[in-house]
Design a protein around this ligand. Structure first.
Ligand code: NAD
Length: 265
């Protein structure tokens, strides 16, 4: 069997690092992208950093890749500007997806997984103007919109925009039509440095461990990355544009009838 090549953004920490370990154990060649400790060191908060990351991955890949998982992301924290989350979580996902799509198109049974979050459905008051501005694609305008709120509001907005972008793109000629499966996962609370920073935050820290998790939790990164292996692999051949909630039951507990949403004409 030929070695599969999978690109992971945010590969240096948390779930990205666990995903790297898992995929390497499964025999993948992993090309990591992160601000440190990665094959491709790049800052995905800027257009230049994304362009450099795409160029460097293209150089290393040698013509094709088989998988892409976009873990790179930031949580809302006190004093952290909303625009930084819009830039990394949304544009750092979408531009890497679009920029590396030609390499995926040349790959073997290619698949991509974007990282959303269950904050999209369980955090009240998601600023929908920011979701719309992100999806409109004008980065300067979207970052200005993100500055109208704080990074706690920008977080679920950036992750909802990622989920919507995935569902819109997944079914197009460029993705499903080119044989590339694109899906998104929505983790709940997962024990990583990101969650530890949220727990230490002066504004939201005391709420972090109050989230009800029927399965018990938080999850470990290993609880989540097996789902990504499934989504990248042949058993998920018919999954396209899915939004896979992996949250130990928090969303089902809080909003039992929130999904699925029926089609009302
Ligand atoms: P983490 O902080 O452990 O890892 C995130 C990685 O992204 C780090 O290695 C970091 O260096 C990288 N990164 C951040 N900014 C970057 C930039 N500008 N350019 C390149 N790389 C950058 O966090 P994690 O918890 O493993 O989170 C991974 C993803 O999962 C994130 O998108 C996060 O929003 C999402 N998520 C996390 C949780 C959770 O509870 N931990 C829940 C739902 C979704």
């Amino acid at each position: 069997m030929t070695t599969r090549t999978t690109v992971i953004t945010g590969s240096a920490s948390g779930m990205g690092a666990a995903n790297r370990r898992r995929l390497e154990a499964e025999g993948h060649r992993v090309i990591g992208v992160d601000v440190h400790d990665a094959e491709v060191v790049a800052d995905l908060s800027t257009a230049d950093g994304r362009r450099d990351a795409i160029a460097a991955v293209t150089e290393l890949a040698g013509g094709s890749i088989d998988g892409l998982v976009t873990w790179a992301g930031l949580a809302g924290l006190t004093g952290r500007p909303g625009r930084l989350l819009a830039a990394v979580n949304y544009f750092g996902t979408v531009e890497l997806m679009e920029g590396l799509r030609p390499l995926l198109a040349a790959g073997d049974q290619p698949a991509a997984v974007a990282i959303s979050s269950n904050s999209t459905t369980i955090q009240p008051g998601v600023p929908m103007d920011l979701v719309d501005a992100l999806l409109a694609g004008d980065e300067e305008a979207a970052l200005a919109e993100a500055d109208l709120g704080d990074s706690f509001a920008a977080y679920p907005a950036s992750k909802l925009a990622v989920a919507r972008w995935c569902r819109r793109a997944a079914v197009t000629d460029e993705w499903a039509g080119a044989g590339i499966r694109l899906n998104a996962i929505a983790p709940g609370a997962v024990e990583t440095p990101l969650l530890a920073a949220s727990r230490a935050d002066e504004t939201v820290g005391s709420f972090i461990d109050q989230l009800p998790i029927p399965a018990g939790g938080p999850a470990s990164p290993e609880d989540i990355v097996g789902v990504v292996s499934f989504l990248l692999g042949p058993d998920a051949r018919f999954l396209v544009g899915s939004f896979v909630v992996v949250d130990g039951g928090s969303d089902a507990l809080i909003r039992p009838d929130g999904m699925p949403v029926p089609f009302v004409l």
